[in-house]
Ligand binder design. Sequence first.
Ligand SMILES: Cc1cc2nc3c(=O)[nH]c(=O)nc-3n(C[C@H](O)[C@H](O)[C@H](O)COP(=O)(O)OP(=O)(O)OC[C@H]3O[C@@H](n4cnc5c(N)ncnc54)[C@H](O)[C@@H]3O)c2cc1C
Ligand code: FES
Length: 280
Amino acid sequence: METAADLSLIDPMAPVPFMVLQRREETHDTFTLSLEPPEPFHFRPGQFNMLYPFGIGESAISISGDPAAPRRLVHTIRRVGNVTAALDRLRPGDVVGVRGPFGNPWPLDEARGGDLVFVAGGIGLAPLRPAIAWAVAHRDDYRRVVVLIGARTPADIVFVEQVQEWRGQFDLEVGVTVDAADQAWRGSVGVVTMLISGADFEPSETLAMVCGPEIMMRFTAGELVKRGMTTDRIHVSVERNMKCGIGFCGHCQFGPYFVCRDGPVFRYDQVEHLLTVKEM
Ligand SMILES: Cc1cc2nc3c(=O)[nH]c(=O)nc-3n(C[C@H](O)[C@H](O)[C@H](O)COP(=O)(O)OP(=O)(O)OC[C@H]3O[C@@H](n4cnc5c(N)ncnc54)[C@H](O)[C@@H]3O)c2cc1C
Ligand code: FES
């Protein structure tokens, strides 16, 4: 049977209409849209779609749902400009154009047999959530699984119920910290990098997957290296302005790479020197 993903491969520039099933407010500026694909939509954790609110424009948005649920395509979006504001106006029953899935995934196959460390900053948890769901569903394939989450304030934590669920699982180590607490917060205060020194993993047998603001990813990589990891064991997801999403237009150039084609997930040793540059 032909899937929506197959249709997109036939003409990767043609958006396919998907219906909005559900819209959920995550934080004051971030929301999650669940879409109903016309056919089962298969993707690998770390991949993204181009979402097209008709008549407005397209944005690259990571898939934030469960890869084992191909009938529900989930994206978590922060309102920053025109396209994301138009996505924010969508309600159940509305239709949005989708192209994808595009990009290289997190190296979950390569990580088999070793420890996994996920480090997320803010909405950076969105592209990591499918990978964490995968690790939970294939728990026997990995040894220790550590999830470290940082947010600016308690109100900025996304997927709160899911994070609580992970915390209740005896075979996951989950750390959550905020830069600035409110009165109700009883958890850790400080940047997410400070959770790394105390986390339980064997650096020489770990793959780390990191997503957040570029400065957070640089400091996180620095801490992981201090723990004894080599930079080829650290993976980051990079964001750049996109147009085609499939390696034609050059809009997302990142040094010698196109983020849409060669990323968005990169090995840290490939991009470390590029991350010091704000935007090219
Ligand atoms: C591979 C990939 C995955 C992404 N995943 C997500 C996601 O899961 N959720 C999400 O909310 N956003 C994600 N983004 C960022 C998202 O594509 C942009 O925020 C969005 O396109 C902005 O469009 P706009 O018209 O609303 O804002 P614009 O008016 O285009 O921009 C508003 C502001 O955001 C900045 N900006 C625009 N595009 C990007 C970008 N690609 N990267 C960094 N800054 C940008 C602009 O410089 C400007 O300051 C992802 C980007 C990439 C490349
Ligand atoms: S967005 Fe066109 S080459 Fe990457």
